[in-house]
Design a protein around this ligand. Structure first.
Ligand code: COA
Length: 170
């Protein structure tokens, strides 16, 4: 039997912390599906398409990792895939309350699905997508916080947007 796990998230954008967790999960499970939520309850800065593209580019060298997107309830997606392990990261104590609530809610909705917590490498424990977004917004260098493909995609996206803005003025 193949053991698979789903690593769900908004990935707005995927960071080195997320990537560290994906690598760890890929060593434990035969297959890992990074599941990008399409309609997040959070308002995202990057479109679902961009978030998916960045995740795919970051994991393409990992043979047992796939990227997919989902809408609706996470447990419905997991059931549909016949996967009963969800992986989430715990960076610090402050993550606990949110993760605890989500894991127990998911367990009430789908008792057969288990949430497994992994800890990212401590040097990534302070990284978050929102700090990355803030640095992007202010024109800083995100190279130490995100995988190379994410950095390059964001740079291209910004150029494209600047080009469009430029086009409007003329
Ligand atoms: N390394 C770095 N950062 C991490 C991290 C790690 N290992 N783990 C979490 N984070 C950070 C992210 O950077 C992000 O930071 P931000 O809040 O500053 O943007 C934050 O923690 C959480 O983002 P992410 O990891 O992308 O996941 P999420 O909490 O947004 O994902 C879903 C939530 C998608 C799992 C959840 O909303 C869901 O399942 N939605 C579907 C609907 C559903 O089923 N709801 C019922 C669930 S109770």
């Amino acid at each position: 039997m193949r053991h698979s796990a789903i690593y769900p998230g908004t990935f707005d954008p995927l960071t080195l912390g997320h990537f560290d967790l994906i690598e760890r999960a890929s060593h434990i499970f035969d297959q890992v599906i990074v599941a990008v939520v399409v309609n997040s309850r959070k308002k995202t800065v990057f479109t679902a398409e961009d978030r998916l593209t960045m995740a795919k580019a970051s994991v393409k060298h990992l043979p047992n990792v796939k990227v997919d997107s989902f809408d609706g309830l996470l447990v419905d997606y997991a059931r549909h895939k016949h996967i009963h392990v969800l992986v989430r990261g715990l960076r610090a104590f402050s993550d606990f309350e949110y993760e605890f609530q989500m894991a127990l809610t998911n367990r009430k909705l789908a008792p057969e699905i288990e949430t497994l917590f992994l800890m990212p490498k401590e040097e990534f424990s302070y990284i978050s997508s929102s700090t990355v977004r803030e640095i992007v917004d202010r024109g800083g260098d995100i190279g130490r916080f995100v995988p190379g493909p994410v950095k390059r995609h964001i740079q291209r996206t910004i150029k494209r947007e600047l080009g469009e803005a430029h086009g409007h003025h003329h």
